[in-house]
Design a protein around this ligand. Structure first.
Ligand code: WT7
Length: 648
């Protein structure tokens, strides 16, 4: 019986960077990548010190890394201010009148904040925080729509050393209550409401509901966004715009220790109870800065658009901190991709001349499902670089993205990382790495990633195993907030000294990393361990299929049977014949062992609010049971009941 995760899906397409792109790129060849990467893992401190030196420090660090596994201190002895690096240093220089944030609201309003204006807003609001007794080290909840003030609030916290915890605006009152209790937050920054798919999300109302009974929260600051009616609790709640009348924009930079906490972010929780991932200041900023610079290969005139919400780590690192640290112009859009029509994103790219576009595979699959005609209406020729993050991208979705959105000319960076890693860890460099659809390719500089077997031994090419990181990196989580024991146990106990990512993966003969799914989701079919992502990709490669999720179900003979949940493209009919075709299709692509025993057609799949399929729930349904686990992070509860009904 084999104990390694097997891999059967073969992807032979290789797409090289164009000569034109490579010529202008920071890293323009594989030889350069390999040379710098080899040196950087031999001596990570040297590489990271070089990157950190490009930032502004109050006092320089004494040591780059102090590592007492599994606790790291990066740039120890140094002091730094994130807001100064993301805003002031540009506002003081030639970028003062360059756009920092270009924003579009869902109803269509447009605003632009230059670096000079952003600096003023951040200083004003930092003074509002101080006036409301928020002090260094205090935890502050940010529960806002995707408006510039969300970034202003984050940067203002960073400026004064308050620790922000952003909660995605789609979360409920209960989720807010849990996160406040866990973090001990004393202040909440919110808005009256925000726009989503044409309606108003009652943010302030949810905050009110979260604050009933005992709470640590003393102050709620409310930004007026949607003008919906809200309750103001005298003595607790204040309006953002009124507070501005009492402050000036004079807020001198104070430098914080490099290891001072910058933020807590609760994980999306596709695997259960949310954890408060703690990130600190200097190391996080250095890696956010360096990865954005090299991987998006930013140029002065780029209009860079990361579609993530600030409620996710992607929104922290690649909508706010990374691009602003680089002095980039960031596009920010408040609402849904299909409002008022499924071409909203393409309209934005055309209207603003977006050059770099970074989104998630789940969104790409939705675009494919909605149909090419929505893309065809728009001129996307301003784009020069595309990115993806969040899940393995199915090769067929990759090809569509490349052809239809990138016009066949834009490199795609498939970036692998986690809330816990803080910044990108594995990714192509767009001017250097020949890419293959479906793989995040190779580790970033300074990152020592490997695939190991259950004994912690590195495996050879094309053998599946567990993805680990063998050396600390600057933007790594420092702990789970308030639970060092859980931090050690979750990430560092299986193989001492190695960080356990929780992902199953293999490396191909070129050393490229292929993520096959979360280890918890790996199937064991008649002694074969199969990752979910390859079977899903095989299904998605069929022209009728929009999206697929594969889970195991107890099977007396095989140990586990393969069950697939499939959504179809617009216009396709769920028939018994198609079901049989899809089974044969998987058999041909991967092998008989992976043929689904059951295929359920569904209208939609259950996802976390960050767009990840919740296989845990599907597993419970496939096993014939009720859904018992934590469903608080689920995007749309009605999907669950629909799935169950269809099975009945
Ligand atoms: C998990 C982390 C990182 C920001 C968004 C998600 C999966 C992420 C990729 C990718 C294959 C990926 C992994 C990882 N994942 N990016 N490019 N290819 N899988 O953050 O919610 O902390 O999730 O997302 O399974 O462990 P997160």
């Amino acid at each position: 019986m084999s104990q390694n995760i097997e891999s059967h899906l073969v992807e032979n397409r290789v797409i090289k960077p164009t000569r034109e792109f490579s010529k202008h790129a920071r890293i323009g060849s594989m030889a350069d990548y390999r040379r710098i990467h080899a040196a950087s893992v031999r001596n990570p401190a040297k590489f990271w010190a070089g990157e950190a030196s490009e930032l502004v420090w109050g006092r320089k660090w004494k040591s780059v890394l102090k590592w007492k596994a599994p606790f790291a201190r990066w740039f120890d002895g140094g002091t730094v201010n994130v807001a100064e690096n993301c805003v002031d240093r540009h506002a003081r220089g030639d970028r003062r009148n360059k756009a920092a944030i270009i924003w579009e609201g869902e109803p269509g309003e447009k605003r632009t904040l230059t670096y000079g204006q952003l600096q003023r807003e951040v200083c004003l609001f930092a003074n509002v925080l101080k006036r409301n007794k928020v002090k260094k080290g205090d935890r502050v909840i940010i529960y806002m729509p995707l408006i510039p003030e969300a970034a202003v609030a984050m940067l203002a916290c960073a400026r004064i050393g308050a620790v922000h915890s952003v909660i995605f605006g789609g979360f409920s009152a209960d989720s807010i209550r849990d996160r406040i209790a866990d973090s001990g937050a004393t202040c909440v920054i919110t808005a009256d409401g925000g726009y989503r798919r044409g309606s108003i999300v009652p943010l302030k109302h949810n905050v009110d509901a979260a604050l009933t009974g005992d709470t640590t929260v003393k102050r709620v600051i409310v930004f007026r966004r949607a003008n919906n009616e809200i309750h103001i609790e005298e003595g607790r709640d204040v309006w953002w715009h009124r507070e501005l009348d009492y402050v000036t924009a004079d807020c001198p930079v104070v430098h914080h220790d490099s290891e001072h906490p910058l933020f807590i972010l609760y994980t999306s929780g596709s695997t259960g109870k949310p954890k408060g991932i703690l990130h600190t200041t200097g190391g996080y900023l250095a890696q956010a800065y360096a990865t954005t610079k090299y991987i998006f290969d930013l140029r002065e005139n780029d209009i860079y658009w990361c579609t993530a919400d600030v409620g996710w780590i992607t929104g922290h690192t690649y909508l706010v901190y990374g691009p602003l640290a680089n002095g980039a112009t960031c596009m920010m859009y408040e609402g849904a991709p299909n409002w008022p029509d499924p071409d909203r994103f393409w309209r934005i790219i055309q209207n603003y001349g977006v050059t770099v576009f970074y989104t998630a595979p789940t969104a790409i699959r939705a675009f494919i499902k909605w149909g090419d005609e929505w893309v065809d209406k728009h001129d996307l020729s301003s784009l020069r670089l595309l990115g993806t993050v969040g899940e393995p991208i199915n090769p067929e979705a990759w090809m569509w993205y490349h052809r239809k959105i990138g016009g066949g000319r834009c490199p795609i960076v498939d970036t692998w990382w986690q809330t816990e890693t803080g910044a990108i860890m594995i990714s192509p460099l767009p001017g250097a790495t020949p890419v293959k659809p479906g793989t995040a390719t190779l580790p970033f500089f300074g990152i020592d990633a490997a695939i190991v077997d259950d004994n912690g031994k590195e495996v050879g090419p094309n053998v599946g195993g567990k993805l680990v990181i063998r050396k600390p990196w600057p933007s790594m989580l420092r702990t789970i907030y308030g639970d060092r024991a859980r931090y050690k146990k979750t990430y560092w106990s299986e193989f001492p000294g190695y960080y356990l990512t929780g992902d199953g993966a293999r490396r191909d003969k070129d050393g490229y990393f292929w993520i096959v799914g979360r280890i918890d989701d790996v199937l064991n079919v008649a002694g074969h361990r199969l990752g979910t992502s390859e079977i899903e990709s095989a299904l998605v490669s069929h022209h009728s299929v929009a999206e697929a999720a594969v889970v195991g179900r107890p099977d007396e003979i095989k140990g586990q049977g393969v069950v697939a949940f499939v959504t179809l493209r617009e216009g396709e009919k769920p028939t018994a014949e198609l079901r049989e075709k899809l089974r044969r299709h998987v058999g041909a692509a991967i092998g008989a062992i992976a043929k689904p025993d059951d295929i359920h057609f569904a209208e939609a799949l259950p996802k976390t609010r960050s767009g990840k399929i919740m296989r845990r729930l599907l597993k419970e349904i496939a096993g014939g049971g009720d859904v018992k686990g934590d469903t608080t992070t689920l995007e749309d509860f009605s999907i669950l009941s629909k799935l169950k009904l269809r099975d009945a």
